[in-house]
Design a protein around this ligand. Sequence first.
Ligand code: CP
Length: 307
Amino acid sequence: MKHLLSAADLSRDDALQIMDTAAQMHDVQRREVKKLPVLRGRTVVNLFFEDSTRTRSSFEIAGKWLSADVINVSAKGSSVSKGESLRDTVMTVAAMGVDALVIRHHASGAPQQVTDWVDAIVVNAGDGTHEHPTQALLDAYTMQARLGDLAGKHVGIVGDLTHSRVVRSNLLLLRTLGAEVTLVAPPTLMPSGIADWSAVEGFSYSYDFDEVLPKLDAAMMLRVQKERMTGGFFPTPREYTVGYGLTRDRLRALPEHAVICHPGPMNRGLEITADAADEARSLVLDQVSAGVAVRMSVLYHLLGGEA
Ligand code: CP
């Protein structure tokens, strides 16, 4: 595997190896001196054409803790705002001799397209509504740390699925790891062609969160992506929460051992209440912490550093 563009690039062994290495990298995070020399002399450029807090900062920290030289370029403040094309921007950056490009872009398929233009390793840090493979890896890592082997575990992915890249990557990876997955959304936010897709990929889907909730080992709540919505997908925010939010009442129906995940950023009070986001079973901050370790592991494996 030269690039990481999709969760589909990962076999079960690949994913488990990345998660095993991430567990070792996680120990670095707990040390006073957070530095490994494994990517010394390598250069990683984070190219972010879309806003990010978690992914951009964790890739930056990950590269720095592995001793790589890390440069951040964002659309705002770069020549992109003067009208430079994606091709010219990435070829310009690549001409400086970089080893890896970590790309977030609003267009689905942009990181794949970039691999045709440059020799550098490309990591997809979220492309449009397509994929976010390192998010899926860190989600799986976090759930596995709490629940054990994910094979046979039941994960519900709930919310605005139509606009989500996280759902696609999570679905692919969780199925690769043997988990049972149920997608839950209102009809307006369920991806089109869901019946065929679920039959091919071997997952379930439902419009009834309350029916699915008591059967889950993990409830993964996804953000309502208002910035990608051009029409009315639900009557009012209140009605969305009543039907699909992880509310205080629904917490009581979630099995005691089950965990709560959210990739962030959260709309508190819409898809998840503060009670759910902040309770002991919530892994939201564990996911953020794992993001650094998993991205260290991904950079380490792709850039081929010696342990
Ligand atoms: N989960 C996620 O990708 O968050 P950011 O948009 O803050 O990177």
